[in-house]
Design a protein around this ligand. Structure first.
Ligand SMILES: [Zn+2]
Ligand SMILES: [Zn+2]
Length: 236
């Protein structure tokens, strides 16, 4: 039965997997994937950095930070990048299931002592009525929540108006693009809670920080965030 849900292919390279493989990852990829843990990382957001004196990345040293901590499983390059792109494009639970394994590991690694009340996802981008929204961040968040044993709450955050696509904007424009455009549906559900926000890619942090800002404004106690992958630079 499990084999029907898990076609025996590595989500990172497409190699056939040995029967019984439960990680969705071939041994080769398991050893060579660009895990964030292998790098010197920003002490606040986990983005890989050159060995700098204060231990902060470019973004964290200039931006106002709302999330108490941010972490990502992979650097957004090579096979990890293609798997995250596939997560966004394909309605295939295998990507979310496999990526969530590594996100959950990183959450335990970086936020081991934190007791989360629940997990939420960054809101999907509002689209035209005709376009169907595939909420890949929610898919990933649901799987991460299962793995760390914390409830997932859907639709906690929503987008109040249309945004321009973050990936098409200059880093400076991204903060403005999302500023004030998210909201919490029911503030009573977040009041006093410690919340973990999940998104697919962490780039400038504009989206995750705005999610954290809104949750805090609605009364959340603390907000942490995690992504499947992080870019090394602020803009790519
Ligand atoms: Zn592989
Ligand atoms: Zn940082």
């Amino acid at each position: 039965m499990l084999n029907l849900l898990y076609p025996p292919k590595c989500i990172f390279c497409g190699r056939r997997l040995e029967p019984g493989n439960k990680t969705g990852t071939c041994p080769e990829c398991a050893n060579t994937l660009p895990f964030c843990r292998k790098y010197i990382r920003c002490r606040r957001c986990g983005k890989p950095i050159a060995d700098s004196a204060d231990g902060l990345c470019e973004g964290c040293s200039v931006r106002r930070n709302y999330a108490k901590g941010i972490t990502s499983a992979f650097v957004y390059i090579d096979n990890a990048k293609s798997a995250v792109i596939a997560l966004k494009k394909e309605y295939n639970a295998l990507y979310a299931k496999t990526l969530s394994l590594y996100v959950a590991e990183m959450i335990k690694y970086d936020f081991g002592g934190v007791e989360f009340d629940f997990v939420v996802s960054a809101p999907p981008r509002k689209k035209n009525h005709r376009e169907e929204i595939f909420d890949h961040a929610a898919c990933l968040a649901r799987e991460v929540a299962l793995r760390i044993g914390i409830p997932f709450k859907n639709n906690v955050l929503y987008q109040t108006e249309k945004l321009r696509k973050q990936s098409e904007l200059h880093p400076d424009e991204r903060l403005l693009n999302v500023k004030g455009k998210f909201a919490v549906r029911r503030p009573d559900t977040v009041r006093g809670k410690t919340i973990l926000v999940i998104d697919d890619v962490y780039t400038t942090g504009a989206t995750l920080e705005e999610c954290a800002a809104e949750l805090l404004k609605a009364g959340a106690y603390r907000v942490y965030a995690a992504a499947a992958a992080t870019t090394v630079k602020q803009n790519r």
